[in-house]
Design a protein around this ligand. Structure first.
Ligand code: MN
Length: 202
């Protein structure tokens, strides 16, 4: 069976600077994301071993661990693709069907940006802000995800996600999360969000 793997970044470590420095991005990707990959694989191995030996497991603790590690891996993988170097795919505003949907849902882009920013700013500790699409109701929704999976609702497609764990910005911005969120808009990759939206609409 396959294992979780750390994906390659779609840009160089230095290319998101000055919004995210090379040192910050390298640490986040090579150390933090790698730790979730390793953690998720360790849970898979633990499950496999227990099944082979028909041994008992603390199911509650094991599945909590699996959710945390695997969701961390999935969200980080989506997050890297949600960014691009400023001026080379990063920044600007959405276009096409996603632009229309954001206007229809939020009123206008500025209102979306304000709500998303507030979700990111107020996320507790280990949090994320995400723009998702609920195919069932055809609504664009915001999620404020804690600990990689708490407060997330199932079945929605993540279009744009922002990591606001301190490990995502502390080297560059110290405790000033608002500055990091502001900088994110310069490297947000709307083409990727549009692609994900078009895929699910099809
Ligand atoms: Mn992170």
């Amino acid at each position: 069976m396959e294992k979780y793997e750390l994906p390659k970044l779609p840009y160089g470590y230095g290319e998101l600077a000055p919004h995210i420095s090379e040192e910050q991005l390298r640490l986040h990707h090579e150390k933090h994301h790698q730790a979730y990959v390793n953690g998720a694989n360790a849970v898979l191995e633990k499950l496999d071993k227990a099944r082979k030996e028909n041994a008992d497991l603390d199911m509650k603790a094991t599945l909590k661990e699996l959710s945390f590690q695997a969701s961390g891996h999935v969200l980080h993988s989506l997050f890297w693709e949600n960014m691009a170097p400023a001026g080379k795919g990063g920044g600007g505003i959405p276009s096409g069907a996603l632009e229309k949907a954001i206007d229809a849902e939020f009123g206008n882009f500025d209102r979306f940006k304000k709500e998303f920013t507030q979700a990111a700013l107020s996320a507790e500790g280990s949090g994320w802000a995400a723009l998702v699409y609920c195919a069932k109701t055809k609504h664009l929704l915001l999620m404020q995800i804690e600990k990689h999976s708490v407060n997330a609702y199932p079945g929605s497609k993540v279009l744009l996600v922002l990591d606001v764990w301190e490990h995502a910005y502390y080297l560059d911005y110290k405790n000033l999360r608002a500055k990091f969120i502001e900088a994110f808009w310069n490297i947000a990759n709307w083409k990727e969000a549009e692609k994900r939206f078009d895929e699910i609409k099809r």
